[in-house]
Design a protein around this ligand. Structure first.
Ligand code: SF4
Length: 250
């Protein structure tokens, strides 16, 4: 079972304090994806779905050495692209999407990645999150992308109760001045990667002392530890790879 989120949002004042701490903690936060142009960033973001940025950064130098711009990628054979990006998961769909996006960029935008939301979201494989990343990172526009880390951290901090990425985006952007939207995205991502981790948040080292999830996490971890104690040590060779399992009560 995952750690439950708080059931209530924090006050606007507490939210402002939490976000100010994150801003101070991650003042120079930037994307971990390596890119040299809006085209490279767009392709990297499409490849990063369900994949780590580190893995994408291993793949893209080979991809961009062979296809350095939209024109060359638009002419690529799908099988060749699949071979290069195979290790990033969903490679068939991603290869199809990056080629189709490159073809649309060439046909409709003269080979240049557009900076407007509507044009970006019209490209194959580009949804609101990808458009937000490209707008904010490549073009410096006010946009706030919600990925899995942002979604989780925003909930744990009590900034939102929304059940969709768009709902989280709407809630958080009401709490952050417009000129900081593109930075706030990175504050939450870095915090999610470094401290507020999905399975085991490091609350003991977290600077956000007023976080409403502290007590929830502590209770969850102590219940988990108690369940392990009730089961006893894992037996070597037991099913489940030695992971402790709850005894059935008779
Ligand atoms: S106190 Fe814990 S749950 Fe809250 S933001 Fe920090 S690490 Fe995450």
């Amino acid at each position: 079972m995952a750690i439950p989120f708080p059931k209530r949002k924090v006050s606007r004042a507490v939210a402002a304090e939490e976000l100010a701490i994150l801003e101070r903690t991650y003042p120079h936060a930037v994307t971990a994806l390596e890119y040299e142009s809006p085209f490279e960033l767009l392709v990297a973001v499409i490849l990063s779905a369900q994949c780590t940025d580190a893995r994408v950064n291993m793949i893209t130098p080979h991809l961009f050495a062979r296809y350095p711009d939209a024109e060359s990628l638009a002419r690529a054979r799908q099988h060749d692209v699949e071979t290069i990006i195979k290790s990033c998961g969903f490679f068939r769909m991603k290869a199809k999407n990056v080629i189709a996006a490159a073809q649309a960029i060439v046909a409709e935008h003269g080979g240049n990645v557009p900076g407007e939301r509507e044009a970006l979201e019209a490209l194959p494989g580009v949804g609101r999150k990808t458009a937000n990343v490209v707008m904010s990172v490549a073009f410096g526009e006010a946009a706030f992308a919600v990925d899995t880390h942002v979604f989780r951290v925003a909930h744990r901090l009590g900034l939102t109760l929304a059940t969709t990425p768009r709902g989280v985006e709407d809630d958080v952007t009401k709490l952050v001045p417009r000129e900081k939207w593109r930075h706030a995205h990175h504050w939450l991502i870095l915090h999610g990667r470094q401290i507020c981790k999905a399975p085991t948040p490091l609350c003991g080292t977290c600077p956000v002392t007023m976080c409403p999830s502290r007590a929830i996490v502590a209770r969850y971890l102590s219940e988990k530890a108690a369940a392990r104690t009730a089961v006893g040590p894992a037996r070597p060779g037991a099913r489940g790879g030695g992971v402790p399992r709850l005894r059935r009560s008779s």
